[in-house]
Design a protein around this ligand. Structure first.
Ligand SMILES: *Cc1c(COP(=O)(O)O)cnc(C)c1O
Length: 365
C-alpha cells in the first residue's frame, strides 16, 4: 500500500559518496587500517545502512560509543570488528560485550577491575586508551607497561592495540599534536601492539599520526573537520547527506511589514517571502540568524526572521520563479553543512547529529 503522506523533510543519504570518502581516507593513509566511526547513528546518517556500505567497501572495523550502538550493528548482521570507544559501564555490559565479540576500549582502572570480574577463560579483545594530553579519557602514559602485564596475566585476553586521542588536530600550526604523538610513541617504546592516534583531522593534517589504525568519522560523511570555512570538496570529499524540504507558501509583502515570531525581520521594500516546512523540531538550529542561506533552484536564498518549530521564512527576491511546492535544500551538495554550521556557530558534526525522527531518511546506493 502506498503511504498517503508526502515526506515533508527528507535526508537523502548517498552511500556511494560514503564509499568514495572511504577511498579518500585510504589515499591519505595508505598504510593504515581504517576504523570507521559510526557512533551516534553514523553521525545521523543511519548506522546500519552506512555500516553495510562501508563493510561492502572493505572497511577494517567500526567504532561506536556504547553497547546499544554495537548491538544495532550486530543485529543487522554486520560482521566487521566493532570497537566500543568508551568501553563498558557495568559487569552486565562486560558480559554482553564479550558475547558479541566486541573490541572493548579500557580507559580507566575501574574498567579494568570490572573486566577482571569476568570468568578467567572468557575471551576478550581490548584496546587500552592512553591520555597523551587531551585529559578527557585514558590511562596515564606511564601505566602502559602495567596494562600490558595485566593483559598478559589473562591468557584469554587479546590486545587489539593502544589508542590515544588528539585535542587540536584541526589546527595545523598548533604544536600540541606533535607533543601528543611523541609522548604516546615514547610511552609505548618496546611495548607490542598496534597503535591508533588520528581522527579525520588528525589523518588529514598530521602524517605522523597515520599509524597502524586511523579512526575517521566526519570525513566519511563528506564534511571537512578543518576550521576557517574549509569544505569537504576542497579535500576531495563528497557530501553524503542532503536535507530538503519544500516551500509551502509564498507571500508578497509590503515595505515595513515584518516576518515571524518577534517580528525581527522588517521588509526593506516590497518583496516576496517564502515559507519552508522545516524548523527546529526537524533539526534546523533556532540560532540561525537572518541571512543564513538555504538553496532553491540551485541558488542561495537567505533565511529571514526567526526559525520556528516547524517553519522558516526565506527572502525570495533573488528567485522570481520560486513557487509553493518547490524543493528547498537546507544543506547538501551545493550548500555545505560546514557553511550552514558556521552561521549557527557550530560544526557540521552537530547539524548531522541533530536531525530528529520527524525527518524521513532515504538511502541511495
Ligand atoms: C568520534 C571519534 C573519532 C572520529 O572523529 P572525527 O573527528 O569524526 O573523525 C575518532 N576517535 C574517537 C576516540 C572518537 O570518539
Amino acid at each position: 500500500m502506498t503511504s498517503p503522506f508526502t515526506p515533508r523533510v527528507t535526508a537523502t543519504i548517498d552511500l556511494a559518496a560514503i564509499r568514495h570518502n572511504l577511498a579518500r581516507v585510504r589515499e591519505y593513509a595508505p598504510g593504515s587500517k581504517v576504523m570507521a566511526a559510526i557512533k551516534a547513528d553514523a553521525y545521523g546518517h543511519g548506522a546500519v545502512s552506512v555500516g553495510r556500505a562501508l563493510q561492502q567497501a572493505g572497511v577494517d572495523a567500526f567504532a561506536v560509543a556504547c553497547l546499544e550502538e554495537a548491538l544495532v550493528l550486530r543485529e543487522a548482521a554486520l560482521t566487521a570488528p566493532i570497537t566500543l570507544l568508551e568501553g563498558v559501564l557495568s559487569l552486565e555490559e562486560a558480559e554482553e560485550a564479550a558475547r558479541l565479540q566486541l573490541q572493548v576500549v579500557v580507559h580507566d582502572f575501574w574498567q579494568l577491575e570490572l573486566l577482571r570480574r569476568l570468568p578467567q577463560e572468557r575471551p576478550l579483545t581490548l584496546w587500552f586508551k592512553l591520555d597523551s594530553g587531551m585529559h578527557r579519557l585514558g590511562f596515564p602514559l606511564a601505566a602502559a607497561a602495567e596494562l600490558l602485564a595485566a593483559l598478559q596475566a589473562r591468557p584469554a585476553w587479546t590486545l587489539a592495540g593502544w589508542i590515544t586521542h588528539l585535542a587540536c588536530a584541526d589546527e595545523a600550526d598548533n604544536p600540541m599534536t606533535q607533543r601528543q604523538v611523541q609522548a604516546f610513541e615514547q610511552a609505548l617504546q618496546g611495548i607490542p601492539g598496534p597503535r591508533s592516534i588520528a581522527n579525520s583531522a588528525g589523518l588529514i593534517v598530521w602524517p605522523q599520526a597515520r599509524v597502524d589504525w586511523v579512526r575517521p568519522g566526519l570525513m566519511l560523511y563528506g564534511a571537512s573537520p578543518l576550521p576557517g570555512g574549509s569544505t569537504g570538496a576542497e579535500l576531495g570529499l563528497r557530501p553524503a547527506m542532503c536535507v530538503e524540504s519544500r516551500l509551502i507558501a509564498v507571500h508578497e509583502l509590503e515595505a515595513g511589514e515584518t516576518v515571524g515570531y518577534g517580528a525581527t525581520f522588517r521588509c526593506p521594500e516590497r518583496m516576496r517571502v517564502g515559507v519552508v516546512a522545516v524548523g527546529y523540531a526537524d533539526g534546523v538550529h533556532r540560532i540561525l540568524p537572518t541571512g543564513a542561506p538555504v538553496l532553491i533552484h540551485g541558488k542561495r536564498a537567505p533565511i529571514v526572521g526567526r526559525v520556528s518549530m516547524d517553519m522558516i521564512s526565506v527572502d525570495l527576491r533573488g528567485l522570481p520563479q520560486a513557487r509553493a511546492g518547490d524543493t528547498v535544500v537546507l544543506w547538501g551538495p551545493g550548500l555545505p553543512a560546514e557553511e550552514v554550521a558556521g552561521w549557527a556557530g557550530t560544526l557540521a558534526y552537530e547539524l548531522f547529529c541533530g536531525l530528529t525522527n520527524r525527518v524521513h531518511f532515504i538511502h541511495r546506493n
